[in-house]
Design a protein around this ligand. Structure first.
Ligand code: FAD
Length: 342
């Protein structure tokens, strides 16, 4: 049995014991200073959550940030971030996120490594909100959901093996590495076509693989792609396999109408078959759209008072580090106002 403690400004609030036999954290009954009630509980330690933590702590609110994995979120999974302002040469994702984390530590944020599996709206409607995690329940006056999103996987052979070594889910981030090379974009929606156009400025040739006979993307984008001299489209076509030895050499493609199977040489594959928000844990369906993105008002608040959503997990147009940071900073105005009104 290991024991670990949760501290707030030198005060021990909780003790945890880790029962390795059942491979599960258990909340120890001991609460040194009574029930720990936080002003702000943030769920998710990516750029949005860490920014909100910096602002909340700096404003003097007692804040807990809950993260189920490594801090930094998706941004920590990319080698180079070139479009986040302030770093003319770019910065590695892990380094940037470590800076965010250290800044939150500097302002006195409390961290808890835990997963929020279910969040019932009945636990959120009162002035004191209960957040159940896999290590026990914590209480807060406001809750900020910052659980992000993840690219949907295509689920074909070779996708996992070449992820980060030719298979990418972010052309803005990784397109640069394919200068003058031939790449494929999988998908036919707005994101796929927009990113294919972006890649056409960098790569020698772009092939779009789309399972239907027309784009789902808006007409203007679609027409631009069709007019581009270095973009070729395979209609009615699905990917069967991403093939190669140490790096990608080709795609095995199957035409769903003619049933023909061909091999197309490419060096990189960009997947745009949709994203998936990490919001399944929230039981309140009124707060989500059909895709599961959280619906917020102009204060970034859900329909539940005192519960906010920021970053990639909410419905919005652009999902980037800069926009996640913007949400994390903006939400504090409404959080402040709400906490002062209690
Ligand atoms: C490979 C890649 C490269 C990218 N490159 C760039 C780039 O160059 N420039 C750019 O601007 N953007 C880039 N992006 C996009 C950018 O990373 C995201 O827009 C940004 O990270 C979103 O931040 P977020 O805090 O909203 O969510 P996330 O970064 O997704 O963080 C959410 C966090 O919440 C945690 N979490 C989720 N559910 C739970 C739960 N139930 N309980 C506890 N914790 C939970 C997750 O573990 C995660 O750490 C890239 C994305 C990827 C995948």
């Amino acid at each position: 049995m290991e024991k670990t403690q949760l501290e707030y400004r030198g005060e021990i609030l909780y003790s945890f014991q880790i029962d390795n036999n059942i491979n599960k954290y258990k909340l120890y009954i001991e609460r040194v200073k009574g029930l720990a009630l936080y002003d702000v509980i943030i769920i998710g330690g990516g750029p949005a959550g860490l920014t909100a933590a910096i602002y909340a702590c700096r404003a003097g609110w007692k804040t807990l940030l809950i993260e189920r994995g490594a801090f930094g979120g998706q941004a920590a999974s990319t080698d180079l971030i070139e479009n986040y302002p302030g770093f003319p040469e770019g910065i590695s994702g892990p380094e940037l996120m470590l800076n965010f984390y250290n800044q939150a530590v500097h302002f006195g944020c409390n961290f808890l490594t835990a997963e929020v599996n279910v969040l019932q709206s009945t636990n959120l409607t009162g002035k004191i909100k209960n957040v159940e995690t896999n290590v026990g329940t914590v209480q807060g006056k406001t809750i900020i959901l910052a659980t992000g999103a993840q690219p949907r996987e295509l689920g074909v052979k070779g996708e996992k093996e070449f992820r980060g070594r030719g298979v990418s889910y972010c052309a803005t981030c990784d397109g640069f590495f394919f200068r003058n090379k031939k790449v494929a974009v999988i998908g036919g929606g707005d994101a796929a076509v927009k990113e294919a156009l972006f890649l056409a400025n960098i790569a020698r040739e772009v092939v779009i693989i789309h399972r239907r006979d027309t784009f789902r993307a808006d007409k203007v984008l679609g027409n631009k792609a069709l007019a581009a001299p270095n973009i070729k489209v395979y209609w009615d076509t699905v990917v069967k396999e991403i093939a190669g030895e140490r790096k990608i050499s080709s795609l095995i493609l199957h035409n769903v109408k003619t049933l023909a199977t061909i091999s197309e040489e490419v060096e990189g594959v960009f997947m745009y078959v949709g994203t998936q928000p990490n919001t399944a844990f929230l039981a309140d369906h009124n707060s989500k759209n059909e895709q599961g993105y959280l619906l917020t008002d102009e204060n970034l608040q859900l329909s539940i008072t005192g519960v906010f959503a920021i970053g990639d997990c909410r419905r919005k147009k652009t999902r980037q580090v800069a926009t996640a940071v913007g949400d994390g900073a903006s939400v504090l105005a409404a959080v402040d106002e709400y906490l002062h009104s209690l």
